[in-house]
Every structure is written in structure tokens, then in C-alpha cells.
Design a protein around this ligand. Structure first.
Ligand SMILES: NC(=O)c1ccc[n+]([C@@H]2O[C@H](COP(=O)([O-])OP(=O)(O)OC[C@H]3O[C@@H](n4cnc5c(N)ncnc54)[C@H](OP(=O)(O)O)[C@@H]3O)[C@@H](O)[C@H]2O)c1
Length: 322
């Protein structure tokens, strides 16, 4: 599964990130919070996104490094809020965003659809991130080496056709819908890369998966819906998985390693990619299907009202920009 690399990547290789701005979604807890902390500790200005105002103080207080941490409230299931959040991000980043880490996610969400009537996994894990990326594009394209990191999962391998989630309301099979959304993260990475190439833009779209991580992903939703036994079983397993702080290095590598090229996929290098140091990994064949990526791209553009322009201008670098 893993490509041969001359040496193992370690956190010691994270460069000094002073002067760089990174936005991280789902930064209120779990892997996103740990990623935001690592990045701030290395000097990055982190813009931490989360859906609730209450989390803002926690995220901001946890920064704990030389880098500044700002908070932006954003429910990714609400496309109008995503547009407003993008404006705030561009403002806080003073027009130049180096990296966007699309990490937020829901799993095992109940049958209630998103406010726009889509399956929640499709809405939050894919559509909200698709729209957010499109709306912050001008700021990304003002950075000298812009990068977008989409966070997928090993479970993308069980995904089928994510577009079937667009008009289906809430999914009855929650884990199937989650797997489809994680496949969508990889197809979006490919679509974004293709779009950037087609327009001669230096945007690097990459993907990462964190392995198996001890967070409340999935178990919280199961518990909220009264599936206590399933929730307890999942929590029992999760308690044995690696910590968010360890898992976050995969995302940090994808976001900061200067040798990363567009389209690469990172995951933990241990047995079955469950844990370990970040390495390049391979995605399932279905995640490399260009037709599937195009189909998802067209549908997402239509639903989110075309945040990716068909003829994007490359902003002239501002004075003093690195
Ligand atoms: N944990 C694992 O084993 C595992 C494995 C493979 C992949 N992943 C991926 O890793 C990423 C992070 O997962 P995690 O385990 O850290 O999950 P987590 O602990 O449940 O955290 C999820 C984050 O997403 C945010 N979020 C949820 N709904 C949102 C919405 N509607 N709008 C905006 N943000 C929303 C949450 O905000 P609130 O705190 O406000 O709810 C939280 O910050 C996900 O993409 C997941 O698919 C995780």
C-alpha cells in the first residue's frame, strides 16, 4: 500500500510556518483541533472553523503556540453560512490563504436531511467543503503555493456513487452514506486538481486519511439517536485507536511538506494504515475514476451555484507577498 520513501517523515520536518495562514474546518475537537494546535505551535496563523459559537473560545485558547488562532463559526450544512464564513476567512487572512484543510465530518448521522434536503454526510463532508473551497479561491490563489487538503478515510474503499446522496434526503444506511462521502472527498481532490490544471493555476489539491482515531466520530450521533449499544461498541473500539494528536500528523504533513505534489494521498504507514507515521498511500480504483470525479464536480457546482468560475483570473501578487 505504501510507496517507498527514502526516509520516514517525522514531525521534526514541519517547517517554520510563521507568515502562513491555514484554515482548518472541524477544529473544535478531534483530529481538526489537534491539527490546528500542531500548526499554531509551528507558527502558522490558524483560522479554526466550527459550527458553534460556544466552541470559539476553546479553540482560540487551545492554540498554545506562537501562531495566532482565530475562530470562524460555520455550519457546513448551510450553504449561506458557508459563503459568509468564507468572507470572514478571506478578511482574517488579509486576502492570502496558504492552505485550507477540509477536515470537518459527520458519521452515522440520522435520517434527517440537511436544510437543503441532502443527506447530511454528503452535505457536510462534501458539499459544504466544495462550496467553501470555491468561495475562498481568490485568497488561495493570492498565495504563492496554495494547497487544499481534503480529509478522507480508509472507508472510502466501501463507497459507491456519492452523487446518489444528493437528492435522496437522509440516508437509511448511515455508514454507507458516510463511505460515499469519504469517496467524494477523493473525487473532489481529483476534480479540483483537474480544474486547476485546466486553468493553469498552481493550486495543489491533496488528500489525507488519519487511520483509526479515538474521537467521538459516529458514536455521538448513534447515542443521540438512541442506539446506545452500537454507540458503546464503537466507543470501546475507539478507545483502542490512536490519539487525535498522533493522527493529526498525517494532515499536517499533507498541509506542509514542501515535496508534496498535487493529487497525492497520505495516511498512516503502520499495519493496514490504522496508525503510524504519515506516508503516501494509494486510493481505491474507484477514487481515481475521472468520469466519476467530473460527474460529482458538475453536480456540486450546480447545487452550490458555481463557486468555481469557468475563467478564473490569477490575482497579481501583492507587494510584500512571499
Ligand atoms: N476518527 C476516525 O477514526 C476517523 C477515521 C477516518 C477519517 N476520519 C475523518 O477525520 C475527520 C475528523 O473526524 P474526527 O474523528 O476528528 O471527528 P469529531 O471528533 O467528531 O470532530 C468532527 C468535527 O467536525 C465538526 N462538524 C460536525 N458537523 C459539522 C457541520 N455541520 N459543520 C461544520 N463542522 C461540523 C465538529 O464540530 P462540533 O464539535 O461543533 O460538532 C467537529 O469539530 C472527518 O472528516 C472524518 O471523516 C476520522
Amino acid at each position: 500500500m505504501r510507496d517507498n520513501e527514502p526516509h520516514a517523515w517525522t514531525p521534526a520536518e514541519v517547517p517554520d510556518l510563521s507568515g502562513r495562514t491555514v484554515a482548518v474546518t472541524g477544529a473544535s475537537r478531534g483530529i481538526g483541533a489537534a491539527t490546528a494546535e500542531h500548526l499554531a505551535r509551528h507558527g502558522a496563523h490558524v483560522i479554526a472553523l466550527s459550527p458553534s459559537r460556544a466552541e470559539a473560545r476553546t479553540v482560540t485558547a487551545r492554540g498554545g503556540g506562537p501562531g495566532r488562532v482565530d475562530h470562524v463559526e460555520c455550519d457546513l450544512a448551510r450553504l449561506a453560512q458557508v459563503r459568509d464564513a468564507a468572507e470572514r476567512i478571506v478578511g482574517l487572512a488579509a486576502g492570502r490563504l496558504d492552505v485550507l484543510v477540509n477536515n470537518a465530518g459527520v458519521a452515522a448521522a440520522g435520517p434527517a436531511p440537511s436544510p437543503a434536503g441532502h443527506d447530511m454526510h454528503f452535505a457536510v463532508n462534501h458539499l459544504g467543503h466544495f462550496a467553501l473551497t470555491g468561495h475562498v479561491l481568490p485568497a488561495l490563489l493570492s498565495a504563492p503555493e496554495p494547497r487544499v487538503v481534503n480529509v478522507s478515510s480508509l472507508l472510502h474503499r466501501l463507497g459507491r456513487d456519492p452523487t446518489r446522496r444528493a437528492n435522496a434526503g437522509g440516508a437509511r444506511l448511515r455508514w454507507a452514506a458516510y463511505c460515499d462521502s469519504k469517496l467524494a472527498n477523493l473525487l473532489f481532490t481529483q476534480g479540483l486538481l483537474g480544474w486547476a490544471h485546466a486553468h493553469g493555476l498552481p493550486l495543489r489539491a491533496v488528500a489525507a486519511h488519519p487511520g483509526l482515531v479515538n474521537t467521538t466520530l459516529g458514536s455521538g450521533a448513534l447515542r443521540a439517536d438512541g442506539h446506545h449499544i452500537q454507540a458503546r461498541l464503537l466507543e470501546w473500539a475507539q478507545a483502542r485507536w490512536h490519539t487525535p494528536a498522533q493522527a493529526a500528523w498525517t494532515l499536517v504533513r499533507a498541509a506542509t511538506d514542501p515535496y508534496v505534489t498535487g493529487g497525492e494521498f497520505f495516511g498512516p504507514g503502520g499495519r493496514w494504515e490504522w496508525s503510524g507515521s504519515p506516508v503516501r498511500v494509494r486510493a481505491a480504483r474507484r477514487a481515481c475514476d475521472t468520469r466519476g470525479a467530473e460527474r460529482l464536480w458538475r453536480l456540486s457546482q450546480q447545487i452550490t451555484e458555481h463557486p468555481f468560475p469557468s475563467a478564473p483570473g490569477r490575482p497579481t501578487p501583492r507587494a510584500g507577498a512571499r
